[in-house]
Design a protein around this ligand. Structure first.
Ligand SMILES: [Zn+2]
Length: 328
């Protein structure tokens, strides 16, 4: 029986909880150790010629894509046809210390996604060594994004964001980048309008220290998937499901050999992310002023706690806010 969707209902996902649920019949190898000595596990599936490398939770407090990836693995593990066409290497938690502590950074306080060139951390080194040996045809860089991002000026939350990262400061449409664009545009078109209206395009400023930019620069198509939040679903059960569907569409789109001439056009129609998202808001009628508040997140005794912060004045010109929990 599949465990997909039934395990890990909450955001806090330490390694022990995750690995307890992983099917012991799957090939699982350690590709290195974290700062605190936790193994960095990689699941290997399939024997096909198309090699896909995906990793999640390089930011320890971003478990939604890990949960969606787990569901996806549960789905494909028995798919003989797919596994004869593709090979998969999935690092479910690149930053297990951060997952335990519920922090973005690793145990040294370093953001691994700013360490691609420096390779100063054991987690980064484990990844880069594995990447060189595995030589993937496609990379999937899986993250969570905060309740900050909105879709252009549509007043809708960015429940998902995609990006074909840049390979240089000029944001050139290199061959690798265009391949990521082709797959993203395919994925986007598979969703219905309700989901499409909640998909944003992530910022494509180039930073060679970011994994996606670094790997695209090396000529490997890389897709960034950011799991946001749908409305007040703070456990992110809805976006977990969307991540699962996204991964399915990515593999179908990547495997299809047909070229789409209008893929870039489709990709560019996805509105860029804006930052008009707040957890809670209100309108002060006397002052004729909007106020918004964003929670801070902490690890409590029973999982993640969302704490109130001070309300801030919102720019009255940009009246395009989205309040995840509505108005107070
Ligand atoms: Zn992240």
């Amino acid at each position: 029986m599949t465990k997909a969707f039934s395990v890990f209902p909450y955001r806090y996902l330490p390694q022990e909880l995750l690995m307890e649920a992983v099917d012991t019949k799957l090939e699982c190898v350690s590709i290195g150790q974290s700062v605190e000595g936790r193994s960095i596990y990689c699941l290997r599936l399939g024997t096909g010629s198309k090699k896909i490398l995906g990793w999640s939770q390089m930011h320890g407090n971003e478990s939604t894509t890990t949960r969606g990836l787990f569901d996806f693995i549960e789905r494909i593990k028995g798919d003989k046809q797919l596994l004869s066409q593709c090979s998969f290497a999935f690092i479910l938690q690149l930053n297990p210390d951060g997952a335990f502590r519920y922090t973005r950074e690793n145990a040294n306080g370093v953001d691994l996604n700013r360490d691609a060139l420096a390779v100063s951390q054991p987690e980064t080194k484990a990844f880069m060594d594995f990447f060189e040996v595995y030589a993937p045809d496609l990379c999937l860089n899986l993250h969570d994004q905060r309740t900050l991002f909105t879709v252009g000026t549509t007043k809708k939350e960015a429940a998902l964001s995609f990006l074909a990262p840049s390979a240089d400061t000029a944001r050139t449409w290199t061959k690798a980048r265009l391949e990521a664009v082709r797959v993203i545009s395919y994925v986007y078109q598979q969703f219905n309008r309700s989901v499409q209206s909640r998909i944003g395009r992530f910022d494509d400023s180039f930073n060679a220290q970011c994994f996606g930019d670094y790997l695209t620069q090396k000529g490997v198509p890389t897709i960034l998937v950011e799991a946001g939040q749908w409305g007040s679903d703070y456990d992110r059960v809805i976006t977990r499901r969307l991540v699962y569907e996204t991964l399915h569409h990515i593999i179908v789109g990547f495997s299809a050999t047909s070229s789409e001439t209008d893929a870039l056009e489709t990709y560019l129609t996805i509105p860029e992310n804006t930052k008009y998202g707040y957890d809670l808001g209100y309108f002060d009628t006397l002052k004729e002023q909007w106020f918004g508040m964003r929670y801070s997140e902490h690890l409590g005794d029973n999982g993640v706690v969302f704490k109130d912060q001070a309300f801030e004045k919102l720019d009255p010109v940009a009246n395009d806010f989205f309040f995840f929990r509505g108005l107070k």
